[in-house]
Design a protein. Structure first.
Length: 94
């Protein structure tokens, strides 16, 4: 298993375990932020040849897209769960 596969598996595992939006944002920044794991790894592309850069760049972009998609799914799930919980607490029988 290469470093990218390990990073992807680790990030997806962390995302699936998050239960609040604040922690989800921390994961997003640590993965995709300016100094995030993926961004730091992408900076190594500069030292590669054109063909290698092209193929690895595609892999990095696919990874970023997959992580962004999973973060968005989890964000919707957490938001819906919080709304549902709030509605149950505020429910009043008229």
């Amino acid at each position: 298993m290469n470093e990218l596969d390990k990073l992807e598996k680790d990030l997806l595992s962390k995302i699936s375990q998050i239960t609040n939006l604040a922690d989800l944002e921390k994961i997003r920044v640590s993965a995709l932020g300016k100094k995030g794991n993926i961004s730091v790894m992408m900076k190594t592309l500069v030292s590669l040849g054109p063909e290698e850069r092209k193929s690895l760049g595609k892999v990095f972009n696919e990874l970023k897209l997959k992580i962004e998609t999973e973060l968005e799914k989890r964000k919707r799930f957490i938001s819906n769960a919080e709304l549902s919980s709030r509605l149950k607490q505020e429910w009043i029988d008229v």
